[in-house]
Ligand binder design. Structure first.
Ligand code: NAD
Ligand code: MG
Length: 310
């Protein structure tokens, strides 16, 4: 047995999604060293590495035959959702920025080894025309669309309101919420009854950090958009819900998402005392995409290590 095979088996034993254990112990408490990446960050260069489910997400056939488009699907939470959806039987299309090709290729490799299709559709969600064309491109690749996961996000920490540039305010709103309107609007015509839309919001929607004013405001808007749209499209048989992560270790955090001196403490202020790993979010997105959540609409599912929410 090779060293890497032994490591893989050990990883499977302690992190497998269905092993009963103390939830704080599923992953170690991480103390990320100070590090900096240009935006958008890459999982390929993140220290320590994240668990996106390659060895820990098994799947039980809950999304057999579905076709899913996931924005920000190259890394972090979106990558974990893509791997989980594929393990549940879905084909997926991933959107990301061209600079993230390396991460996207890694996800595609994992999914193709599982025998599912993974289409790659790079492009900038700050571009209105690209947003409008993205669902059509996914349909051309997958032959239809049943699940839309609006997950891409931009997060740049700035200490004082006076120091947030006008460009940053506009870009954060464009990528996080305006693109969500544009992509969802263009996707609706493709979505059959039974389809699901899942938006990634954040604990920041209720509990804004003083350094994330623009970002947190977009997340509050996403919660509101989710609840309103859910009522509008219920009669078409489309369910809309959101997932609100707490602190998850992803490239977003090291590409100016957090003040650098806060990185070693990342996630320690939760009830579980550790940051979440991306694959720990995947079951929430699977639940909301699968027909088993048929009576769940306009809900925000909090996955945050135990921080109380409204
Ligand atoms: P991530 O960096 O892995 O993912 C964010 C993705 O957004 C990037 O991979 C990138 O592909 C995409 N993106 C950014 N700007 C884009 C643009 N202009 N065009 C196209 N794509 C663009 O980090 P993540 O933490 O997995 O973030 C995923 C989502 O989770 C984001 O919406 C983020 O706000 C949200 N979130 C993360 C945390 C956390 O602690 N990591 C907590 C709450 C919410
Ligand atoms: Mg990325």
């Amino acid at each position: 047995m090779t060293d890497s095979k032994q490591n893989d088996d050990a990883a499977r034993e302690t992190t497998d999604q269905l092993v009963m254990q103390h939830p704080a112990k599923r992953y170690p408490v991480i103390e990320p060293p100070k590090q900096d990446q240009p935006e958008p960050g890459l999982d390929a260069e993140l220290t320590p590495k994240t668990d996106r489910g390659e060895y820990s997400y098994r799947g039980t056939g809950r999304l057999e035959g579905r076709k899913a488009l996931i924005t920000g699907g190259d890394s972090g939470i979106g990558a974990a959702v893509a791997i989980a959806y594929a393990r549940e039987g879905a084909d997926v299309a991933l959107n990301y920025l061209p600079a993230e090709e390396e991460d996207a290729q890694w996800v595609k490799g994992v999914i193709e080894r599982d025998g599912r299709k993974c289409a790659l559709i790079p492009g900038d969600l700050a571009d209105a025309a690209f947003c409008a064309s993205l669902p059509d491109k996914a349909v051309a690749e997958l032959g239809g669309l049943d699940i839309l996961v609006n997950n891409a996000g931009k997060q740049i920490a700035v200490g004082n309101l006076e120091d947030i540039s006008d460009d940053q305010i506009t870009e954060t709103f464009d990528v996080n919420i305006v693109a969500m309107f544009r992509v969802t609007k263009a996707a609706l015509k493709h979505l059959p009854p039974g389809a699901a839309i899942i938006n990634t919001t954040s604990i920041q929607a209720y509990n804004p950090s003083p350094t994330l004013l623009d970002y947190a405001a977009t997340k509050a808007a996403i919660n509101n958009f989710t609840k309103g749209l859910a009522q509008q499209v219920a009669e078409r048989g489309i369910r809309v819900n959101a997932v609100a992560p707490g602190p998850f270790w992803t490239p977003l955090q090291v590409s100016d998402g957090q003040p650098k001196d806060k990185l070693p403490e990342f996630g320690k202020n939760t009830a579980l005392g550790r940051a979440g790993q991306p694959t720990e979010l995947a079951p929430a997105y699977v639940f909301l995409a699968s027909p088993e959540s048929s009576y769940v609409l306009g809900e925000t599912l909090n996955v945050n290590g135990g921080t109380p929410t409204p």
